[in-house]
Design a protein around this ligand. Structure first.
Ligand SMILES: [Zn+2]
Length: 176
């Protein structure tokens, strides 16, 4: 029997688990559920999870691509048979999640700053800054309609909310 706390997916917080689920799907979760910490072969994982070896390999490949799984090989001197020993690094999941969140956050903050600084006008085909609209005499030469002032207050509010959600989310990742 394998102690529960030694399992790869055990003890992780909800966010980390959800991220995992998105990455490897429901079947992947089922496969990883029974994987203990430490090194393991794909055949053992298939046996533990009662899944086809090809499905296990697919999940392992996805995890490998996402830097969560790594392997080393061992060669049997007599048979020449090569064994792949897999290991999982759950801390990397958090790192990847944090990196992604940070990219999102930076992009949102950049957009937010633009919206706060600018005064925007819109015609039927595009949204531009006041300065550009004024340079075109408030008439779009592409669609022929006038540039009208638009209030971006609600967009700013929406962006601020998104920033807050991501910031909270990042705190949640750190906790688990
Ligand atoms: Zn236009």
């Amino acid at each position: 029997m394998i102690a529960k706390e030694s399992q790869v997916l055990e003890g992780g917080n909800f966010l980390v688990k959800e991220y995992f689920r998105k990455m490897i799907g429901e079947e992947g979760m089922k496969i990883m559920e029974n994987v203990p910490a430490g090194e393991i072969t794909d055949e053992e994982i298939a046996r533990l999870s009662d899944t086809k070896l090809s499905s296990v390999r697919k999940v392992l490949y996805t995890l490998y691509e996402n830097r969560i799984a790594e392997y080393r090989t061992e060669r049997d001197d007599n048979s020449g048979w090569i064994t792949y020993l897999w290991r999982f690094n759950r801390d990397n999941v958090k790192k990847i999640m944090e990196e992604e969140a940070e990219v999102n956050l930076n992009e949102l903050n950049r957009q937010l700053e633009e919206e706060r600084k600018g005064v925007f006008y819109q015609c039927n085909c595009q949204r531009i800054l006041f300065e550009e609209a004024a340079a075109k005499n408030f008439c779009c030469d592409e669609c022929g309609s006038n540039f009208e002032y638009i209030d971006n207050g609600s967009l700013i509010k929406e962006l601020e909310e998104q920033v807050e959600v991501i910031a909270k989310w990042m705190k949640g990742i750190k906790k688990g």
